[in-house]
Ligand binder design. Structure first.
Ligand code: ADP
Length: 403
């Protein structure tokens, strides 16, 4: 058992709650799990402890609070030392708006401010606050020890020319319409790890970070700071994703709304839930399915081709923003970490930038392995680095109380 200074990290979706207890010093995850289908009859929970996996049904229609109470009263009842070792709770909060960039101690005032941002992140922030409330109820003795880490925070350094949309400026001034960017916790982790890998200070690092999961975003990092990122006002902009369309002609929405008489909700579902890989393939949002079927299924092939085309276009554009100082491109997220196919197809298109793929290394980098996937001769390096957002949240939370 590790020292008594562990952090509980909580990441809530509208019907899910991910939790992990992390030792921020050894960087070990001591217990982790996921409560799913919250609010539904089939609510359930699964967890991992000491390499073993467990699962249990939750009471029908369990809430986020019920799930976390199950964690404290049932799961942790078997490991009292682990329960007592939790010193603070770190929360992933999706949207910090322009107000919150740094990790922030959660008070009622902060909750009120995050609630004001609900309209900017209606799918995420309300669920995040449910997680905060659940933690306050399930761990009342740690009520003053809840910290918010914002997924927009790393992108606070975007310059105005990257975050402003060419819309009337009053829309930014009055309503905060701008690019915020997301996946910041992951992009920061990747930057930090890449600097470590290259043996240079983060403040000298120039790179492109590709977070390719169900959601996907790419960030240009100059001198260790985010200078442009593909997600925008919402996480729908940018790359092709599992079910989100990424960049489309904005006027298309007006046309479709009229042509198909779509309601606001139907329009939102169209671009957030029925598009991307799922929309193009007509079969699945899961990249493993696309990989297994693209040779025989022409819709899967075109989904793959659009996916790669978009990604290459963004990398090319972002390389131009780094003033000839590109240290590395890094792939992360479920697809970035596991798909040799995506990495190969992308890097084969980047020879003009001086990248040379080492396919043996590329094949070896999967299932949690990290490593360089370019040859010794390659002008720039490409790496696979598994992301670890929970660790970043745990470290920030610890640092908050150490300061
Ligand atoms: P989330 O954004 O939900 O955290 P993940 O980062 O877990 O998503 O990524 C999920 C994606 O990773 C899915 O599209 C899945 O198919 C893909 N993926 C996972 N393993 C592989 C693999 N071995 N090959 C290709 N794609 C994979």
């Amino acid at each position: 058992m590790s020292k008594q200074h562990n952090i509980l990290v909580i990441n809530c979706g509208s019907s899910s709650l991910k939790f992990s207890i992390i030792d921020p010093h050894s960087e070990e995850s001591l217990l982790s799990g996921l409560a799913e289908c919250l609010g539904l009859a089939e609510a359930k929970i699964s967890w991992k402890y000491a390499g073993e996996k467990f699962n249990a049904p939750l009471a029908p229609h369990s809430t986020h609070t019920d799930a976390l109470t199950f964690v404290t009263d049932k799961i942790l009842a078997d490991y009292p030392q682990l329960k007592e070792s939790i010193q603070a709770i770190g929360h992933r909060i999706t949207h910090g708006g322009e107000k919150y960039h740094q990790p922030t101690l959660i008070t009622e005032e902060v909750i009120g401010e995050v609630e004001k941002l609900f309209e900017l992140a209606p799918l995420h922030n309300p669920a995040n606050i449910m997680g905060v409330r659940a933690a306050q109820t399930a761990f009342p003795h740690l009520k003053a020890k809840n910290v918010a880490v914002f997924d927009t925070g790393f992108h606070a350094t975007l310059p105005a020319h990257a975050y402003l949309y060419p819309l009337p400026i009053s829309l930014y001034e009055q309503y905060g319409i701008r690019r915020y960017g997301f996946h910041g916790i992951s992009h920061y982790y990747i930057a930090y790890k890449t600097a470590e890998q290259l043996g240079k200070p983060l403040s000298d690092l120039n790179m492109i970070s590709c977070h390719l999961g169900n959601g996907a975003s790419i960030t240009a990092i100059k001198n260790g700071e985010s200078i442009d990122t593909s997600m925008g006002f919402t996480p729908c902009e940018g790359l092709v994703m599992g079910t989100r369309c990424g960049d489309i002609d904005p006027a298309l929405l007006i046309y479709l709304k009229q042509k198909l008489d779509l309601s606001t909700e139907e329009t939102s579902n169209l671009i957030n839930k029925q598009s991307g890989l799922l929309g193009l393939s007509g079969s699945s949002s899961d990249f493993r399915y696309i990989t297994e079927h693209y040779e025989q299924d022409k819709n899967c092939r075109i989904a793959l081709e659009v996916y790669i085309h978009r990604l290459v276009k963004y990398i090319g554009a972002y390389a131009m923003l780094l003033d000839n100082q590109l240290d590395a491109i890094v792939f992360t997220g479920g697809i970035g970490e596991n798909s040799e196919l995506v990495r190969r197809l992308v890097l084969e298109k980047l020879t003009i930038l001086g990248f040379e793929l080492d396919q043996q290394r590329n094949l070896a980098a999967r299932f949690g392995n990290s490593g360089e996937i370019t040859t010794e001769k390659s002008l720039h390096s490409a790496y696979v680095i598994p992301t670890n957002e929970e660790l970043v949240i745990a470290k920030y939370t610890t640092a908050f109380f150490a300061a």
